[in-house]
Ligand binder design. Structure first.
Ligand SMILES: NC(=O)c1ccc[n+]([C@@H]2O[C@H](COP(=O)([O-])OP(=O)(O)OC[C@H]3O[C@@H](n4cnc5c(N)ncnc54)[C@H](O)[C@@H]3O)[C@@H](O)[C@H]2O)c1
Length: 321
């Protein structure tokens, strides 16, 4: 008789807008066997589990979706952290630090006390800081703590470039790196559409002007503010980004995404979680990819890392080196 296939389990901690959108994306794509929902507001998690289960007759693959607790983390492949306070209108992601670092202390302790030995995916903001906090509090190797970093910003960038050049966004190769926030930067020098560089487009006088491209990046950087103003929170895009990372891990894809990961000398950066392109597989972050940035991009990335580093060390003063 063949061995039963291992049951893949994901525990989602925090079934608010982001956690429930992620759960829905996983469910629709049939990404795992078991999806366990944990929230301090248990009523909300119960409601979500009921609502999702009512979609089972229409699902691609069967899935067990249930409310659980931290003991479910023991055998989980992934614990996905989407719990915490949300960014209010006019509030920056960095304003959330103190509030969410406190919440993370208790969550991560509870996850680890139950013998978790898988991979953390972190989406709660400020995501770079909380990914670092998760790494430190959990004691897991850094390759097993992945923050969503600039995965969403890169997606927004590719979407808008696809629109601007009238090309399928999947043929747009472009990265936003750095902080998931105000100091992030576009890697214009390596951006291409179907192997034709943006610089070439500009030289040929085709597509948007430099001014229009500069405005496009501002739209990317400030997208969350506009969405929050319009409807209070952003969640579908990041829900799909988290699902994409889930697939990269569970299917051992070795695919490349701009995630928040620990810099250990890459780009001259040390001891900071920051959005960089990295290869993701079943072990987590296999490798951070070091791009050949131009001088201005390098400076901007270093500035972004300095800003993050200061916040990280103010959130975790005892970690200062
Ligand atoms: N990384 C990204 O690109 C990105 C994008 C959008 C939102 N976010 C962030 O995701 C986070 C969640 O956003 P949201 O819109 O879902 O917020 P939300 O308020 O709708 O949901 C947060 C959930 O966390 C739960 N929670 C709070 N403390 C908890 C605890 N100690 N244990 C378990 N559950 C707890 C709350 O009950 C709530 O259900 C925010 O920090 C937000 O800024 C990140």
């Amino acid at each position: 008789m063949s061995q039963p296939r291992k049951v893949s389990r994901i525990v989602v901690v925090g079934t608010g807008f982001v956690g429930s959108s992620y759960a829905y994306a996983c469910f629709i794509q049939g990404l795992c066997h078991e999806l366990v929902l944990v929230d301090v507001n248990e009523e909300k998690a119960i409601g979500d589990a009921m609502d999702l289960n009512h979609g089972l007759p229409f699902a691609r693959t069967p899935m067990t979706i249930r409310v659980g607790n931290y003991s479910d983390c023991k055998d989980a492949d992934l614990v996905v952290l989407t719990a915490g306070a949300n960014q209010g209108p006019g509030e920056t992601r960095l304003d959330l630090v103190a509030k969410n670092a406190r919440i993370f202390r208790s969550i991560i302790d509870s996850v680890m006390e139950n013998g978790f030995n898988g991979i953390f995916l972190v989406a709660t903001n400020p995501v770079d800081v909380l990914s670092y906090v998760t790494w430190k509090y959990s004691g897991l190797p850094s390759e097993r703590v992945i923050g969503t970093g600039t995965i969403l910003d890169t997606a927004r960038f590719r979407y808008l470039l696809g629109q601007a050049y009238h090309v399928d966004t999947r043929n747009v190769h472009a990265y936003i790196i750095g902080e998931h926030g105000d100091t992030e930067l576009p890697v214009w020098s390596l951006t291409d559409i179907g192997r034709r560089s943006i610089a070439q487009y500009l030289k040929d006088g085709k597509g948007p002007s430099q001014q229009e491209l500069d405005n496009l990046f501002i739209q990317v950087r400030d997208a969350a503010y506009h969405i929050i103003q319009a409807k209070g929170a952003t969640y579908y895009g990041i829900g799909m980004g988290l699902a994409r990372l889930t697939q990269a891990v569970l299917e051992n894809e070795n695919s490349i995404h701009t995630v928040s990961c620990l810099a250990q000398g890459e780009y001259g950066l040390e001891d900071v979680y920051i959005g960089l392109p990295a290869v993701i597989n079943q072990n987590g972050i296999r490798e951070v990819i070091e791009l050949k940035l131009n001088e201005s991009e390098t400076k901007k990335l270093q500035h972004s890392a300095t800003v993050l580093s200061e916040v990280i060390h103010s959130a975790l003063p005892s970690q200062k080196t």
